[in-house]
Design a protein around this ligand. Structure first.
Ligand code: NAD
Ligand code: UDP
Length: 331
């Protein structure tokens, strides 16, 4: 099986590449390194895996051709900080990039799995969010480059399926975290852990009462693999952990698990920041036999270990001896 993973050097993409290689696939990892890093897949470029793994530097906004059997299309910045930095680029990636990958699927007969997002539900009036909810997204707000880009990606996927007979699978991913999220990613888990480990105040935006439901990466990757393997298209499927908690509670858990004495600093809430988010995963349970198994405590602890291992070495007086990681983009 020849599998293409776009965005394969990013957080989720790199874990997916590892999983597919372990499952015996030949993997082509396509990435322009906008938010991803070659080091995320270095372990696949060396040793016994190397002959089944190709790393290709390519921007999905440009056409690409290779004979493949399946396409996991992940290429797109996912963090609000990164996707808002250049909204035109985000829209091009989400729209033109997705169209290019659907064209490739059309030419090769490959199945394409699109990684859509809970963001397509916007500021949800329905809670928890089910797949038949059409959403409540601001088409001209700060998040619209991502939300509308992903909504357009879904529209493109169903259009190529209906008009050209391309086999597509759409997953709507809810906040997922774990090792290899970029330190400067700006997302809640990476920010809080890195702030706690560096003795900086944790930056809560707003009063911390907004909620998110956090899924660990191994659970998510299992869902992606099962979705691609499905013989028929069940329509979009939510993948996420239905355990919902406030951002304040996430901060407190990170402080507890890191043993950090960092305080909390409250900052203004960005515009259009959804007040609550929780997936209804009934469909995923039913069609994929899938549900998350990793507890938040276990997942956060793994992620803390990853970031701790990347901390610059300190001298006995507490000074950093290297500057391997720069200051966080946010916080
Ligand atoms: P990430 O930023 O770590 O990974 C995205 C990868 O795509 C990076 O390696 C980046 O360099 C690459 N990329 C971006 N633009 C590209 C382009 N034009 N051409 C080629 N490569 C490009 O983010 P992630 O969390 O791993 O997200 C992966 C996918 O999952 C994204 O499509 C994202 O929208 C989706 N998703 C993730 C989450 C989450 O919580 N992690 C939630 C919802 C949806
Ligand atoms: N958040 C926060 N402090 C941070 C980073 C994020 O309070 O340092 C909040 C953010 O405002 C949002 C939630 O945490 O309410 C999740 O943010 P993230 O960027 O991880 O993902 P989102 O779900 O907003 O896309």
């Amino acid at each position: 099986m020849r599998s293409l993973v776009t965005g394969g050097a990013g957080f989720l993409g790199s874990h997916l590449c590892s999983r597919l290689i372990e499952d015996g696939h030949h993997v082509i990892c396509l990435d322009n390194f906008y938010t991803g890093r070659p080091e995320n897949v270095r372990h696949l470029l060396e040793g016994p895996y190397a002959r089944n793994f190709e790393l290709v530097r390519h921007d999905v906004v440009e056409q690409y051709y290779s004979e493949v059997d399946q396409i996991f299309h992940l290429a797109c910045p996912a963090s609000p900080v990164h996707y808002q930095r250049n909204p035109v680029r985000t829209l091009k990636t989400a729209v033109i990039g997705t169209m290019n990958m659907l064209e490739l699927a059309h030419q090769t007969g490959a199945r394409l799995l699109l990684t859509s997002t809970s963001e397509i539900y916007g500021e949800p009036e329905v809670h928890p969010q089910r797949e038949d909810y059409w959403g409540h997204a601001n088409p001209i707000g700060k998040r619209s480059c991502y939300d509308e880009g992903k909504r357009c990606g879904e529209a493109l996927a169903v259009a190529y399926a209906g008009h050209h007979g391309v086999s597509v699978r759409i997953v709507r991913i809810f906040n997922t975290y774990g090792p290899r999220m970029h330190e400067e990613d700006g997302r809640v888990v990476s920010n809080f852990i890195n702030q706690a480990l560096r003795g900086r105040a944790l930056t809560i935006y707003g009063d911390g009462s907004q909620t998110r439901s956090l899924c660990y990466q191994t659970d998510l990757i299992e869902g992606l693999v099962r979705m691609m393997a499905l013989g028929s298209d069940p329509g979009p499927v939510n993948l996420g952990n239905p355990t919902e908690m406030t951002v304040q509670a996430i901060a407190e858990l990170v402080l507890e698990l890191t043993g950090s004495t960092s305080g909390i600093e409250y900052r203004p809430l960005p515009s259009d920041d959804p007040t609550r988010r929780r997936p209804d995963i009934t469909r995923a349970r039913h069609v994929l036999g899938w549900e998350p198994v990793v507890s938040l405590e276990a997942g956060i602890a793994e992620t803390i270990e990853y970031y701790r291992s990347r901390l610059p070495a300190r001298t006995s007086n507490g000074q950093h001896t290297t500057t391997r990681t720069k200051t966080l983009a946010v916080g």
